[in-house]
Each structure stands twice: as C-alpha cells, then as structure tokens.
Design a protein around this ligand. Structure first.
Ligand code: ADP
Ligand code: MG
Length: 685
C-alpha cells in the first residue's frame, strides 16, 4: 500500500463511501469513524457461529442456534400485545417461533405452511415448549447456505445495523489494491507477516475468535508500534537538531534555595540535578522527562532547575494540571526563594481579567521571572519576554503532539522538563516517551518514615474508630477513600456519601466530603479546609490529584481495596507518608477475596516501590486491561499490548534505528493510516 495514489481513497471522509449519508455518518462518528481507513481498525469483537444446523433434540436453552424445520401451524391471536406464533417441527419434536411486532402477511411469506426452512436465533424455553423469539435469520431450505455461516460481529452503536456495517467494511476491503509493503521482503518473510490487505481481509472475516498472537494480528501490532516510534523519534530528532543559546549558571540561587530547604538532597536527586544542569548549559535543547514515584521529591528538583535558568537571565513557566497544585507550588517557591529578588507570580483560571492583563504585561516586559499556573499559562494571549524553561508537572494527559506544541511555543532557547508520577512499564517507555531523555527518581528521601500497610476485612471497621480518635487527638489527618460516590444497586461497593454520613456521626464537625460530581469551586473549598487542618477526615472517591502534598495526613483508609488496581492503590497510598510522622494505610476488603485480589493486597503490603509495583501490576493484568495507564490518561494502543507483545516492542525498538529521514518516505502511508502523518510532517518540515 505504499503507492499513495492507489489507496488514497482510504484517507477520504467516510461520507464519500457509497451508502453513507448524513445519518449513517453521524452514527459512525459516534464510533470515532470519520475517515474511510478508520473502518479498518475496528475489528469484529465476537463471532457468531451459525455454521452448524442442529435438530430439535439438540437444543440448548440460551444459545444461538440454527435449526432446519417444517412450518406446521399458525396462531395469530389478533389481540393487542399477544405475539403471533408459528409452530414448526422436525418430524419428531416441536418448536414455537414467536413474533412480536411482525405482521401476519410477512410471517406467511417467510414461513409458508408445509415448507422446509432454516431458522436462526436464540433458544428459549417457555411453558414447557422450546421457542425462538424474533429470529435473526429465516431462509427457505434452498438458501440454507446463506444462513449457515460464521458471522463476525462488531460492537455497534445505536442506529447502525450489522448489515449496513458489514456492507461498508466489505466495500472498503474489496477496494483496497495490493501494493508494495513498507517493510522489506526479507523482513516480511522472516516474521511471517502477510500483506496488509490480506491481513485485514482475514481479520475482518475470522473463522474463529481473534487470536492476538496470530501472525496477522501481530502484523497490525507491529505496524502500530512502529508508526508510534517513528513519530516520537522524529520529534526527538527535531528538538535535538536545532541549537539553542547556552545558559550560564553559577548556582547562587541554588544554594539559597537549599539553605531554605530543611533537608539534604538524596544522591539520586543530586545526580538528576547534574543531568538537568548539563542540559541547561549545553547548546542542545533539553527535552527531559523526570519520572518518579509520588512523594519522591521531584518538585524541589524542578524549582532548583528553575533557579538556574532564571540566574542565566531567562523566565520560567511552571504548569500544573489544577489550581490547587499550582497554588501549592507557588507557595513553596515563595518560601524557598524568600531571600532572593526573584519575582514570582501565579496565574490560574481564577485570576480575574484585570489581574490577568497586568500579569501578561509584566511577563511580556520581563518583570516576572517565575510564573506558576494551569493550562492558562500557555494561552495565545500570554507572551513571555525571554522564556528559558517550561516545567510541566503531573502531565499525564500530555501526548507527543502537545509536548511539541509547547516546545514550539517556548521558542528556540526554551528547555522543557516534564514530570510524571505514573510508573510506566519498561516495555512501554520508548513507545510513550521516546521523544525525551528520561531521568528516573527511584530513591525515596531518607527521612521518609515507612508506611505501614495493613489489610482488614470490612466487618472489623469499628476497630478503626479508636485508631482515628487517637490520630486526630495528636493533630494528624485521615484520608478515607471509597470506590463510589453514591450507593449503587448494581455494585456492591461502599459509597463516599454513605461513609461520610456515618463518620460524621462519630466525629461531628471534623469530616469533609469530596467527589467528582462536585463543582471545582466546592472541591477546592473542601481541599483547602483539609490543607489548613480545619477538617480532620476527608472522605473521598479517587478524585484527589496525587500531586498535592498534605504533609499532615498520615492515615489512608481504602475501602473495597480489591476493586482497585495495584498501581492505583499505590498512588492512593502515596498521599500519606510525606510528613514527619509514621503513616499507616489500611486496606479494607470484603471477605472471600479472589486469588488475584489476595495477591494484590499481599504485594502492596510487602513493598512501597512504585516501579516494582508497576511491573507486578502489568504481569497480573490481561490483554486490554491496562487500567492504571488508561486512568492516568496515557493512551493505550489499539492493538499492541505491552505484556502480550513484548517481543514486538523489542523488535520495533531495534529496527527503529534503521529508519531515518532518508527512508522515512516509505512509511508515509503507514503513518497516515495511524493518524501520525500530520505530526511527523510538521516535525520534519
Ligand atoms: P513528588 O515527587 O510527588 O512531586 P514532592 O516533590 O511533592 O514529591 O515531595 C514530597 C515531599 O518530600 C515534600 O514535602 C518535599 O519537601 C519532601 N522532600 C523532597 N526531597 C526531600 C529530601 N531529599 N529529603 C527529605 N524530604 C524531601
Ligand atoms: Mg509532585
């Protein structure tokens, strides 16, 4: 498919396909299908096997089956709400075919008396009779081969029928022309990859459930990984190629900050600072990811780096995902930079228009050295005088595209430091952050007290009250996390609202409630009260960002702990254990835990190492269930699974080195097929 002219139609709008009018277009859009090629990536998720024709002795209730019968008798009750019925037989047994909402005329036509027919549908049993309600297929015996087939099924949204959808898919598959591969013949042969056209034809017409280890599926996976790597590495090349002005640093501010910081940096922290220092002073732009567990002490490193950049005459923008986090960082910086003449400001969505104008003006004139804020920092209207470093904190929702936009906006002399607490399994590191250099903060600050982790069955909840009472009496604070906001009839999990009502009775005036359904304003109010220690127990769902520092909170209680993934539990636990006091995390669970749940709780009790937990987490999850990553906003691959396709990830990492600007052209269509070409062409040009 390399020749762009042959299969160019794939990149056309879906409405250029015959049969797609405005209505269908809208339905397809709900499935995120907008261009013709998008249809190709939506593989069937189920197989309906109608290939076997059963006789009535073999019926199984609840199963989709195909039967061969003779029509023997009609019953058309002509009473409202009573269905029409057709009794059929195979000479031995009987079955009733029931029609709701079908007219007599239609029924007589498709099921003529005494004729032999093939019927497919779900088998029910009602008042001692087998029946099929509203059969999915009926055909005269001569056409039995049309019914008796294996059907792939797609997950369809409202308004789309199987028939229409199938037609669209087939029309596209038939139109694709065979073409030269983007891989060499040798490579294709060695890996038993077939041509993409054949692969797609096969995967859309499966004879059995899709096997994610089949050669055809693996080809899609490899294509996906490679297109992703090309994008990231092109981005990297571009950022690195352009030279920037060296920044000159003599560590005056760094020493002041460290004097105001009451701890010594760890060796790990110092080493990372050295890396960053080198980047800042080199004539290559810094494009670095600082990855470290929650509470590992990334912020102080970011602030010291900011100081260095400011020292060399540049401005620094520090972006966080929420106002509270921005505010917290802002206050910390004020404290640490107290005895310097560095001018520090805060700009968030809350800043009013007048203040915003003033801040912008000051920024433009270079009167502000360091500014904190949310996304609002990088609006079009905001101009910097001489931006030298952008720091992005807890930036899970940032993809390569956003990172590049930021680099562009920062200008030629701007370094970029991204911080993330999401532990990424090693196999995925290059595929997610391959455009950046990576520093890993593995060591926790030494003064950090261990977090004692216990698991308790939830019927022992009353044993917690004395513990909480004691902690509150010595001025400590408690997080109490529930999986649900409100009680649900479907899920047997505890809800934050219910728990709030209960705990409020035991600790009146000391409890706050926060969950995702609250307005941001109210959320902030509650969080601020908790920060100021005006409330002692905060009952919540998982809404609270992991980045906020609550040094005073040292008890974390997680209900229905078995409902959360390992990494998520670890992140929740990381909200405590940041202060001077010993911390405790209690995992409450319902009795009769599954083996996997037991294992998860055990791992959590045994270690506090986020990277280790991330790897364990990955090992325990099945295909398509990388919940931790999904929740943190890192987009999962459509086909590739880091655990199941590890060897392909490694193969791609090896081969990507052979792809450079000179042979990139060969991959043009691959990139287009995976929506990557826009990004790459922007980078390369
Ligand atoms: P995160 O990596 O999650 O952003 P923070 O930077 O918020 O972590 O650090 C968590 C806490 O640890 C802060 O209160 C910070 O002051 C403290 N901290 C950071 N570095 C050290 C250190 N070397 N020694 C002791 N405490 C530290
Ligand atoms: Mg942080």
């Amino acid at each position: 498919m390399q020749n762009i002219n042959k299969n160019n139609f794939l990149f056309d709008d879906i409405s250029s396909l015959k049969g797609v009018g405005p209505k269908i277009k809208k339905y397809l859009k709900n499935k995120k299908i907008e261009k013709i090629k998008d249809l190709l990536w939506d593989l069937p998720n189920q197989i309906i096997d109608r290939s076997k024709i059963s006789n009535l002795k073999q019926l199984e209730i609840g199963k989709m089956m195909t039967i061969k019968v003779t029509v023997s008798k009609y019953s058309f009750p002509r009473i409202m709400n009573l269905p029409n019925k057709v009794i059929c037989t195979d000479g031995d047994k009987k079955i009733n075919i029931i029609f709701f909402n079908s007219r007599e005329g239609y029924i007589r036509k498709v099921l003529p008396i005494k004729n032999e027919v093939v019927i497919s549908g779900k088998i029910n049993y009602y008042k001692k009779n087998y029946q099929i309600i509203n059969p999915t297929y009926i055909a005269p015996i001569e056409k039995k081969d049309d019914v008796a087939k294996i059907f792939p099924r797609y997950s369809l949204t409202e308004g789309l029928t199987e028939k229409i959808y199938r037609k669209l898919i087939d029309s596209v598959l038939n139109k694709i022309e065979d073409d030269e591969d983007w891989y060499s013949d040798e490579f294709v042969k060695k890996n038993k990859f077939r041509k993409l056209k054949d692969v797609l034809l096969n995967l859309h017409n499966p004879k059995k459930e899709i096997d994610i280890q089949s050669n055809d599926y693996r080809r899609l996976v490899y294509d996906e990984i490679i297109s992703n790597l090309i994008t990231l590495l092109s981005a990297r090349r571009v950022v690195k190629i352009k030279k920037k002005k060296r920044k000159i640093v003599n560590n005056k501010f760094k020493n002041i900050i460290l004097k105001n910081f009451s701890f010594n940096l760890t060796e790990n922290q110092n080493n990372i600072l050295n890396d960053i220092d080198k980047d800042i002073q080199s004539d290559n732009r810094m494009f670095r990811l600082l990855q470290g567990d929650v509470g590992s002490g990334k912020t102080i490193l970011a602030l010291i780096s900011a100081a260095a950049v400011i020292e060399s005459g540049y401005q620094v923008g520090f972006m966080s995902p929420t106002e509270i986090l921005s505010d917290q960082h802002y206050k910390l910086a004020k404290k640490l930079f107290f005895s310097t003449n560095i001018n520090i400001e805060l700009l968030t969505g809350k800043t009013n228009t007048k203040e915003k104008k003033e801040l912008s003006l000051k920024l433009k004139r270079g009167k502000i050295n360091l500014i904190f804020g949310t996304h609002s920092l990088f609006q079009k209207k905001i101009e910097f005088h001489k931006l030298g470093l952008v720091i992005i904190d807890e930036q899970h929702k940032f993809g390569v595209k956003q990172r590049l936009e930021l680099a562009k906006k920062g200008g030629a002399n701007c370094d970029i430091l991204v911080m993330s607490a999401t532990p990424i399994p090693r196999t995925m590191m290059l595929s997610i952050f391959g455009d950046m250099d990576v520093s890993r903060l593995k060591e926790k600050p030494k003064n950090r007290k261990n977090i004692i982790t216990l698991a308790k069955p939830e019927d022992k909840i009353s044993e917690l009250w004395p513990l909480l009472k004691k902690q509150i009496s010595i001025n400590n604070q408690v997080f109490w996390v529930c999986p649900l906001i409100e009680k649900s009839n479907k899920l047997d999990c505890s809800s934050a609202k219910n728990k709030f009502d209960l705990i409020k009775k035991i600790f009146p005036g000391k409890v706050g409630l926060i969950h995702g359904a609250l307005e941001q304003k109210n959320k902030n109010e509650v969080l601020n009260k908790f920060l100021k220690n005006e409330i002692k127990i905060l009952v919540s769902t998982t809404v609270i960002e992991v980045g906020i520092d609550f040094p005073n909170a040292n008890v974390m209680i997680i209900e229905n702990a078995n409902k959360f993934g390992l990494s998520q539990l670890h992140q929740l636990r990381g909200r405590v254990g940041r202060g001077k006091n010993e911390s405790i995390c209690i995992l409450l669970y319902k009795k009769n835990l599954s083996i996997n749940s037991k294992k998860r709780l055990k791992i959590l009790k045994s270690t506090n190492d986020g990277f280790l937990i991330a790897d364990e987490d990955l090992k325990m999850r099945g295909h398509g269930d990388l919940l931790g990553l999904q929740q943190s906003g890192i987009k999962n691959f459509k086909f590739a699974d880091p655990l199941q396709h590890k060897s392909l990830f490694l193969l791609a990492e090896k081969n990507i080195k052979k792809i450079d600007k000179n042979n990139l052209k060969k991959f043009e269509n691959l990139l287009k097929l995976h929506d990557r070409s826009g990004i790459v062409s922007e980078i390369v040009n």
